[in-house]
Design a protein around this ligand. Structure first.
Ligand code: ZN
Length: 454
């Protein structure tokens, strides 16, 4: 009895030890059964110039790795390594394999094999093999300029039409100063693009470069040859009377949150002229930066002439200094052309388009904005009333609105603004039929002739 009891106790103890051992093996990270996770940093394209990164993570650590190139001819090892210390995370940069350059196929496969440091699987650890297919694209996108405006003036506009082709084209844009990007619109036939350009009045210099990128990371940059015409803009000093501060400024100050707690009329004027103006211009930029992705066949624009018998009351680009009692209190750039005729005169734009905004906009007062396509917009400030609503299609030569004194103004007039992809440009160019013919109509005509011949 005694003997059999001790045997069964020993058996139980042994059984318990085995269970504990199994639990240890199952719970222990040194016996983990998860294969390494392999993440290739790729979108599936490779230009065989840059390295491709691969990240490997494993709980017990990577013990060894092998990178292979797999083609129709078979597999060959690119690199392999046995790590002295297992690594829980490992980053590898796979250099383009030299033998891949001469491949006839337009794709290849990279194989990653990982052994981890786990004691599972009779101490052999977990093994994983993962394949990644790449489309080989060694060619840069091809671009060529078909026609463009001969020159661009400071504060002015220009047009360019070009061709851009690539099997795997990802992105195409025009880069100018201060990282400003212009978005070209598909034009006429597949592979052709058109874009208006604008040299911001606030930039000393101007350059424009077409940037075409493909999915494999190949980049082609093409400089647009434009003769730069520097244009001087005037500076003017505006006297702000006490009466203006007491009436117009005080009245505007009531409207804005920013001026609610301010009692000093000069301070009120400064906030309205700088902070509020900035916000109003941000709104304008937002509504006038949109360019369609749709292919356009043509782009026609009539000479702009929004106000009959409108006399110029202030020019575009004036750098204005504001004085009160002989002291400079503020400054700003005037980003439109002020035209005045009779009070509440009818505004009849010569070009149609979609109304994208028709509401009050701070110092600009009631302000409709029309989208003429190709990123060209016109805006009409200080209106007494507008005859259109957002999303209306405005037909050319109809009454859009009436001039007025809404916003920060002294007298009844129209503030006429022209914008190219969110940048204010000289309205005078668009009010000149010769300029339009030379810089827009003829450029389009030339490009179409080239496209039709090709
Ligand atoms: Zn104005």
């Amino acid at each position: 009895m005694g003997k059999s009891k001790s045997t069964s106790t020993l058996g139980l103890l042994l059984f318990g030890l085995i269970i504990a051992g199994i639990i240890y093996v199952y719970k222990s990270s040194s016996f983990e059964r998860d294969k390494a996770v392999i993440t290739m940093q790729t979108n599936g394209y490779w230009n065989l110039k840059q390295s491709v990164g691969v990240d490997i993570t494993d709980e017990s650590g990577v013990k060894s790795y092998k990178i292979l190139l797999k083609t129709a001819d078979g597999e060959s090892v690119i690199t392999h390594e046995q790590l002295i210390e297992p690594m829980k995370t490992l980053h590898l940069d796979i250099k383009p394999p030299r033998s891949a350059y001469s491949l006839k196929e337009d794709s290849l496969t990279i194989v990653v094999e990982i052994n981890d440091a786990s004691s599972w699987n009779f101490m052999k650890g977990n093994f994983v093999r993962k394949e990644f297919e790449f489309i080989i694209d060694k060619r840069r996108p091809q671009t060529s300029i078909l026609s463009n405006s001969y020159k661009i003036s400071k504060g002015g506009s220009a047009l360019v039409i070009f061709r851009a082709t690539d099997d795997n084209l990802k992105d195409i844009y025009i880069e100018s100063n201060n990282n400003k990007k212009f978005k070209p619109q598909p034009f006429y036939k597949d592979g052709y693009y058109i874009s208006l350009l604008a040299w911001s009045l606030k930039d000393k210099d101007f350059k424009a470069v077409i940037v075409a990128k493909d999915y494999a990371g190949n980049i082609k940059k093409t400089h647009i040859p434009l003769y730069l015409k520097n244009k001087k803009y005037r500076t003017s000093t505006l006297k702000i009377s006490s009466r203006y501060l007491e009436t117009k400024t005080a009245q505007l100050a009531e409207e804005f949150v920013e001026t609610q707690a301010i009692t000093d009329p000069v301070k009120q004027f400064q906030i309205i002229n700088e902070v509020i103006r900035g916000k109003n211009e941000d709104l304008i930029r937002k509504y006038t930066s949109v360019v369609s992705d749709e292919m356009i066949d043509d782009f026609r624009i009539n000479k702009m002439y929004p106000l009959r018998n409108g006399k110029v009351a202030a020019y575009f680009g004036d750098h204005r200094y504001y004085n009160h009692n002989g002291k400079r209190i503020s400054e700003a750039y005037h980003m439109g052309l002020d035209l005045a005729s009779v009070a509440m005169a009818e505004i009849k734009p010569q070009n149609g388009g979609k109304v994208v905004y028709s509401d009050y906009n701070g110092i600009y007062g009631n302000m409709p904005i029309i989208d003429h396509g190709l990123g060209l917009y016109t805006l009409y400030g200080h209106c007494s009333s507008t005859q259109v609503n957002v999303d209306d299609y405005f037909s050319a030569k109809n009454v859009l609105a009436n001039t007025g004194k809404t916003g920060a103004v002294m007298g009844d007039h129209l503030h006429f603004g022209v914008l190219v992809q969110g940048i204010e440009v000289r309205p005078q160019e668009w009010m000149d039929s010769k300029w339009i013919k030379l810089n827009i109509t003829d450029v389009i005509k030339n490009a179409k002739e080239i496209i039709n011949k090709s």
